[in-house]
Ligand binder design. Structure first.
Ligand SMILES: Cc1cc2nc3c(=O)[nH]c(=O)nc-3n(C[C@H](O)[C@H](O)[C@H](O)COP(=O)(O)OP(=O)(O)OC[C@H]3O[C@@H](n4cnc5c(N)ncnc54)[C@H](O)[C@@H]3O)c2cc1C
Length: 406
């Protein structure tokens, strides 16, 4: 295992640094975010412009072949780019689903015609994509999908409902998991489709979150007609197509959690008081900070292990599930400690308290979602139990039963 850049990676890092220095503004503080105060449409425009710039320089999808709009680089070079870009004030997250999961799925499973039609426009920031998998009764158990796609003379007719669809309100296209065969067992009768989100019969309803954001949506499909060439990958092989998407998601989500929150907590504990004494003198506060540091250190090592595998052209192992499991919980316990350190003022927003509270409060409010998105804590535990520790698998009684009989 080698945690250092290879000579090629080091050279690429220099090249990326030089490009970023010319095209973006470095962050002055670690918690500084692009576009504070911008409304959603201005933020979207800035994100599209930044994406177009990256695409022109070949940095939009580094490991993809040049013919597909990439740089023909390695996955490790993508990690190097992402690490360097995180030091700059650039719009983040708008293309996370597009580039992190939807487009890699199109690139992997799409026909030549589909790749030609969709990839370049999405890479250059014109089209945003969403991922239409989860339903009210199909989340962790995604094989329960009930949205129905029936063959017609001209293509497919879709009816059903999706939920928690991130960014659907801004998306031009989505990848949709739907049931095409009800006589097959749950994971066997699914197919993946490309959906034009402006198709008649699609109703996108934003979900208002406690944080004030409207990040995700319910999406209703009523007699939506899809053309025959909307199928992505083979008919009834949607499970296989989806698993390739989720493997991408697991690793891209894992990159967010190694945050160094303990450093913020030390600074805050030095300023705050508990019972008229400096909070840093409290054993409970010190324990909380050390727990956060240990979680962070463990995550860092596992992420580096994953990167080392990528650097050697291998896939990161199932132990990557620990990154999200431990990281999201550390976000929540560390964020809660920061709220306690703020005392009565903890009810105020980070904007009212000052910039040093920004990151801990942001992590605190994002943590519950992070513990669910991309596989809940319990599902990560199942993965670790079965695939890392080799414990017996969960009992699955519905595996071979036709879906219509479940
Ligand atoms: C921020 C965010 C963004 C999201 N974005 C998208 C998106 O863009 N597209 C999309 O399709 N979906 C998206 N989702 C949905 C997400 O994939 C699901 O919420 C997640 O898979 C869990 O499904 P669920 O909400 O139906 O909960 P359920 O699966 O109903 O789980 C409920 C509870 O039961 C537990 N549980 C379930 N099964 C087991 C088991 N086998 N063993 C032990 N415990 C179990 C769970 O851990 C959980 O505590 C997003 C979610 C969040 C929070």
């Amino acid at each position: 295992m080698d945690f250092n850049d290879s000579p090629e990676e080091a050279q690429f890092r220099e090249q990326v640094r030089a490009w970023l220095q010319t095209h973006a503004q470095p962050k002055e503080r670690r918690d500084q975010r692009f576009g504070e105060g911008l409304d959603e449409s201005a933020y979207l425009s800035a994100a599209r412009a930044w994406q177009a710039k990256k695409a022109a320089a070949g940095y939009a999808a580094i490991p993809w072949p040049r013919a597909m709009g990439g740089l023909g680089g390695t996955p490790a070079m993508q990690v190097v780019y992402d690490q360097e870009e995180s030091n700059y004030l650039v719009p983040a997250h708008v293309f996370e689903v597009s580039l992190g999961t939807a487009l890699p799925t199109v690139a992997m499973w799409g026909s030549d015609e589909q790749k030609q039609r969709y990839l370049a426009l999405a890479l250059s920031g014109q089209d945003i994509w969403c991922q239409l998998f989860s339903e009210p009764a199909a989340g962790s158990d995604i094989g329960n999908v009930r949205t129905r796609a029936e063959r017609t003379d001209s293509g497919w007719l879709v009816n059903g409902q999706k939920v928690w669809t991130s960014g659907a309100h801004n998306a031009a296209y989505g990848i949709l998991l739907a049931r095409t065969n009800w006589d097959q067992p749950k994971t066997k009768g699914l197919s993946m489709f490309v959906v034009d989100m402006t198709s008649p019969g699609i109703d996108v309803r934003p979900i208002h979150q406690a944080s004030g954001d409207k990040h995700f949506n319910e999406v209703f499909f009523t007699d939506v007609q899809l053309p025959a060439d909307a199928l992505l990958g083979p008919e009834n092989q949607g499970w296989k197509v989806m698993m390739s998407t989720l493997m991408q998601e697991r690793f891209s989500l894992g990159e967010h959690f190694s945050g160094g929150l303990y450093r913020d907590l030390i600074l805050l504990a030095q300023q705050a008081t508990f019972n008229n004494r400096p909070a840093i003198d409290s054993e409970r506060v010190r324990d909380g900070i050390v727990d956060n540091y240990l979680a962070d250190f463990g995550i860092e090592l596992i992420v580096r292990r994953g990167m080392s595998a990528i650097s050697k052209g291998e896939s990161p192992g199932p132990e990557m599930a620990l990154v999200k499991l431990v990281g999201a919980r550390a976000m929540q316990t560390g964020g809660t400690l920061a709220r306690e350190l703020a005392g009565g003022q903890g009810l105020l927003s980070a904007e009212d308290l000052g910039s040093q509270w920004h990151l801990p409060f942001l992590l605190w409010i994002s943590a519950p979602g992070a513990r669910i998105a991309g596989g809940t804590d319990e599902i990560q535990r199942n993965t670790i139990a079965e695939r890392v520790l080799g414990l017996p698998g969960e009992i699955r009684t519905d595996r071979d039963v036709p879906f219509k009989d479940l």
